[in-house]
Write a protein that binds this ligand. Structure first.
Ligand code: PEP
Ligand code: MG
Length: 853
């Protein structure tokens, strides 16, 4: 069946997939009787067919012609007529909105003769020629591939401009501008299909993890005009404030303008509320629009983003969709819709996008520090948050700076879709022109990035590489700060503070606890990180990597001494120096946990990682521990391995040097005893890494228990503890039943499990995995999301085998793969705990609740 439907006539089961977001809204609004200019949607499946075959599917042309006839009937105009021409817009519309990423053609159907007819019919020749000029420019750019900037140079009276544009198209492409409207339509549809694969759309899909094989729908719709005079106009709106979530009719508009004038930020528009105060048809239009806002919210049961045009006093709706919003707006809207009785708590939880929660964890300006005397200017508060960084004027510079770990503020006259990678790399965005719905504002809000838009006092001279603002001149690399909630642009670096979980965010977090069944813990190895994680709701530590403590200045030299030790006795002397220091670390962590459980992993990395590898540091180390530098070089050489990740690491260290494991568990047990004496409960869980054989767990369990029991006995104290193992090799998954005989719990180390299952080194994956993802061979980087077909299967095997021996045993995950999709997988696989770094905890709590709903 050909995928094409007239607005209002779609009855299928998968509207978003077929019609794309824009098509769904046009279909829905038409059905609901809202004023929508007639048109039709070519389904995404037709784009996919075109991408695969290079031609349209067999019936598409006939169906397009039939539906054009229906549009003619409904508008009373004729496509290709010279006296009463039907003009069309041709717009993309993917299933997930991709603002500004793909192409649009407006005013299609105009040619040398139709423009005369239009001039006569509207009695407004200037408007008719201006429409033709706009069409030529868009068609030349989007369909025929003439660079947009080249059109800007051709300027004179409108008719001369049209001639100039035509000549430019001929000159640049060697082809005539097509006068035949049917041919124009075919070419425009093809260009919109092809724009699915333009570079910026591909970058956008990669950033947003969207499928490259979805294709875009194409909406062909009769034109209405916001630029026919002072009773016409165009605008965009949101049914609630997309920055804060507040329930106010939010929007902006321009009189006598076309849609792209608002979005491109070329003219700064007026706030919607001012429409009510204008004369002529405007107060009535405002009332009508407010009625539509209400109906759209009733239909979507969510905040809606809409586009409208007023042609000679008549309001038309061009688009409505669930609106993009900031993280702060997301939680507020979810809570308030529950309070208003529109949705229930479960629906509200499912509306939370876990990665967006992270925006609420961003730093804000320290309210105790006044920066009033440093404010340079005020723009529009387009996307909230605080950003402090170095000025850059070009997207590429922001990308380069990010690679050097420098924070930047991308300062542009206005942004366009070409700037998307730079906006992603920068930590804040400042534009001189454009409103709250400009490209910069919409994209920044979508990315959760602080943005001040339309700062009129800001003058950017890209060529000279300078920006003048508030009477001062800045160059690339100078620091400024942005307050995205007030629109202030501030000189220098304003101090920031960490956020708190409170208000709407706090409510969402509490609701997540009502639904989730997975326990959420943190990966932490310092008291500071532990405290942050506990504040974010961590229910314990799921992975304490003890080696991180060894790198600290007070321990590294004793550790190096231990590595250089010639025999067990010398090793013991060195370990005795480390023991009290490691004990202090454990005490700090146990105290910060305030009674929550703590999984501590024994030493994991290969020993050579603790030794210096360059001359300078080797000489310094020799001096420090009083040996010859040659001795150190020889040890480094002796310990070097061809494949250290598969070498002498993990439990293999404890198997050969049990005294290392003994020192660690002694420190841990003594710390537990000391902290319990202060009245704080400690629940240690000792974990053995990189296990391959059941025998390893059996042997090391004995080493651990003997020592822990001896230390407790000596102190006359009994603290419950467990000994378990990491599961991070396929061999361990396949023998999980035998391993479970000796292990009280499992924790999947999916970083290693992924590298050993896929045979992809976790340290070298960056060279080729991104290309695999781009080409669709991997859906996501398997080091950020569980590769369910392989690693996931092994996890399922290990869970079944482990619990067949030890019923209901605690099974965790502590690798980096805790994305929303992975959490759903782990929930279904029956895991008990997911553990991740502190700043991931709130998003993880939401994902765990969603998995359980
Ligand atoms: C793992 O392998 O997933 C893990 C958590 O351990 P590490 O990253 O320390 O190797
Ligand atoms: Mg590991």
């Amino acid at each position: 069946m050909t995928g094409i439907t007239y607005f209002g006539k779609y009855e299928g089961a998968t509207p978003k997939e077929d019609l794309g977001g824009k098509g769904v809204s046009l279909n829905m609004m038409t059905k609901a009787g809202l004023p929508v200019p007639p048109g039709f949607t070519i389904w995404t499946s037709e784009c996919v067919y075109f991408m695969e075959h290079g031609v349209w599917s067999p019936e598409l042309e006939t169906r397009v012609n039939e539906l054009i006839k229906s549009v003619e009937k409904d508008t009373g105009k004729e496509f290709g007529s010279n006296s009463n021409p039907l003009l069309l817009s041709v717009r993309s519309g993917a299933r997930v909105s991709m603002p500004g990423m793909m192409d649009t053609v407006l005013n299609l159907g105009l040619n040398d003769e139709a423009v005369e007819g239009m001039a006569k019919k509207t009695k407004n020749p200037r408007f008719a020629y201006d429409s033709f000029r706009r069409f030529l420019q868009m068609f030349g750019d989007v369909v025929m591939g003439v660079e947009h900037a080249k059109f800007e140079k051709v300027l004179d009276a409108v008719k001369e401009v049209i001639k100039g544009y035509r000549a430019l198209i001929q000159e640049e492409t060697g082809k005539e501008f097509p006068q035949n409207p049917k041919l124009q339509l075919t070419m425009a549809i093809n260009a919109v299909f092809a724009s699915w694969n333009n570079p910026r759309a591909i970058v956008y899909r990669n950033l947003n993890h969207m499928g490259h094989n979805w294709g875009t729908a194409v909406n062909v719709q009769s034109m209405v005009y916001g630029n026919t005079g002072d009773n016409s106009g165009t605008g965009v709106g949101f049914t609630r404030d997309p920055s804060t979530g507040e329930r106010v009719a939010f929007g902006e508009f321009l009189t006598n303008a076309q849609g792209e004038d608002v979005v491109a930020g070329i003219r700064t528009p007026f706030p919607l509320a001012s429409m009510a105060g204008l004369s002529g048809p405007w107060p009535r239009v405002y009332e009508e629009l407010m009625g539509i806002y209400k109906r759209l919210e009733e239909f979507y049961k969510d905040m809606v983003d809409l586009e409208f045009t007023i042609e000679d006093g008549k309001l038309y709706m061009l688009q409505a969709r669930v609106g993009k919003r900031t993280g702060a707006a997301m939680v507020r809207i979810a809570c308030e819709l529950v309070d208003e009785g529109v949705i229930d708590k479960k629906t509200a939880m499912m509306r939370i996008d876990p990665p967006k929660i992270n925006e609420l964890l961003f730093e804000n300006f320290d309210p105790k520090v006044s920066y009033a005397d440093k404010v340079l200017a005020k723009g529009l508060p387009a996307s909230p948050g605080a950003a402090v960084g170095q000025i850059v004027f070009e997207a590429e510079a922001a990308v380069e700076a990010k690679a050097e770990k420098r924070a930047t503020i991308l300062c542009r006259p206005e942004t366009s879709p070409e700037d998307i990678a730079g906006m992603d790399a920068a930590i804040g965005v400042l534009t001189a022109r454009g409103g709250l719905s400009s490209h910069a504002a919409v994209v920044a809000r979508g990315m959760g990035k602080c943005c001040v838009a339309g700062c009129g006092e800001c003058r950017i001279d890209e060529e000279a590489g300078i920006m003048t603002i508030g009477g001062k001149t800045f160059k690339e690399g100078d620091f400024i700060s942005l307050n995205g909630s007030t629109g202030e642009v501030i000189e220098g670096k304003v101090p920031t503070i960490k956020p708190e979980i409170s208000g709407h965010f706090g409510r969402i977090m509490n609701w997540s606890n009502e639904f989730k069944t997975l326990q959420i813990r943190t990966n932490a190895d310092t008291p500071e990180d532990t405290k942050v994680a506990v504040e974010f709701g961590a229910e314990g530590i799921g992975l304490c990597r003890t080696e991180h403590m060894f790198f600290q200045a007070d321990k590294i030299s004793a550790i190096r001494e231990m590595i250089l030790a010639a025999d067990a006795k010398a090793r013991k002397v060195a370990l005795d120096k480390v023991l009290p220091l490691q004990q202090i670390d454990f005490e700090g962590i146990f105290e910060a946990l305030e009674g929550r459980p703590c999984t501590v992993r024994l030493l994991d990395p290969p020993l050579h990682e603790f030794l210096p590898h360059d001359d300078e540091n080797q000489t310094a180390m020799a001096k420090q521990i009083g040996c010859e530098v040659e001795e150190i070089k020889a040890k480094v050489h002796e310990l070097s391995e061809s494949n250290p990740m598969l070498g002498f690491r993990g439990c293999r260290l404890g198997m050969i040097y049990p005294e290392i494991s003994e020192m660690q568990v002694t420190a841990l047990t003594q710390a537990a005893i000391a902290v319990e004496k202060k009245g704080i409960k400690v629940r240690p869980e000792i974990m053995i890494p990189v296990v391959c054989l059941p025998a390893e767990v059996k042997v090391l369990r004995k080493v651990i228990c003997d020592r822990v029991d001896a230390v407790m006995e000596k102190a006359g104290v009994k603290i419950p503890y467990q000994v378990g193992t990491m599961i991070e090799l396929p061999a361990a998954c396949l023998q999980a039943d035998k391993i479970a005989e000796h292990a009280e719990f499992f924790s999947f180390g999916t970083n290693d499990l992924t590298q050993t299952t896929l045979g992809i080194s976790r340290d070298d994956a960056g060279r080729f995995v991104p290309t695999y993802v781009r080409n669709g061979h991997f859906d996501r980087d398997p080091f950020s999301e569980i590769h369910e077909e392989t690693v996931g299967e092994l996890i399922k095997i290990a869970v079944t085998k482990g619990r067949s021996v030890r019923k209901g045993m605690k099974i965790s995950l502590c690798g980096e793969q805790s994305s929303q999709k992975s959490v759903l997988f782990l929930h279904k696989a029956g895991l008990s705990v997911v553990s991740a770094s502190p700043y991931r905890i709130p998003a993880l709590r939401v994902a765990a609740a969603q998995a359980a709903i």
